[in-house]
Ligand binder design. Sequence first.
Ligand SMILES: Nc1ncnc2c1ncn2[C@@H]1O[C@H](COP(=O)(O)OP(=O)(O)OP(=O)(O)O)[C@@H](O)[C@H]1O
Ligand SMILES: [Mg+2]
Length: 254
Amino acid sequence: MKWPRILRWSWRILVADMLKIAHINSGYGDVQVLRDVSLEVLRGEIVSVIGPNAAGKTTLMRSIVGLTRPRAAEGGGIFFEGRNLDGLAPEQIVRLGITIAPEGARIFPDMTVLENLYLGAHALKDQRRIKGLLDRVFRLHPWLADRGSQLAGTLSGGERQMLSIGRALMSDPKLLLLDEPSLGLHPVVAEHVFSAIQAINQDGVTALMVEQKVAFSLEISARAYVLENGSIAMSGPAAELIDDPHIKKAYLAL
Ligand SMILES: Nc1ncnc2c1ncn2[C@@H]1O[C@H](COP(=O)(O)OP(=O)(O)OP(=O)(O)O)[C@@H](O)[C@H]1O
Ligand SMILES: [Mg+2]
């Protein structure tokens, strides 16, 4: 049965979880990386996934955006606003409202800042909407506005990361995935990036962030999950995890 549009729309609003991952396994060929992973992100939250190298954090992100195919037991899967993402192509997932700012920024160095930003909006047609999104990126990162014609390859590490996040925002995501936005950045620069993420969130974008700079990421997150060896080892409000003895010892070097 096909529901009238208004009923489908109101049902989506009633679903409290923006993203719900239930009991997924994922990996590459015969190599299983994620084991029975479940997590959820509520509308408006910043949620962090923390964990050591090779824990499966990027694999989790790739699974959400359809670049790696997860497997789930009966009733499990990845659900966005109540809709099962199983079998959807990455392009379709972007259109539903999930965009990733990938690990290592991956901007195009031989293209200008503005060209990089427009790439993020490639699926959109409405020029006025694209202009509005560009204005938002410039409002959030004012320095980008002056650098529109500069080659992206000439930007510093922190600026590249901001450009990568700006490009992701150009697709107008409801949920922004951030894979180690502070990777390789000096702590002072990383702090700017985290402030920018906070501002983006206050502008109405929900965020799921993978991070190894644990103190910073917990500070701006509502809740967090700890991914170790492909499984969720702990989860809870960020304020509680900061005080947890295991977190302090393993991730905060206290
Ligand atoms: N394309 C691939 N093919 C096979 N194995 C892979 C592939 N990508 C990652 N892996 C393996 O999957 C495991 C998890 O990798 P993943 O990149 O998800 O970890 P991560 O937590 O993001 O690590 P990092 O902190 O280094 O970014 C690792 O053992 C890695 O070697
Ligand atoms: Mg990774």
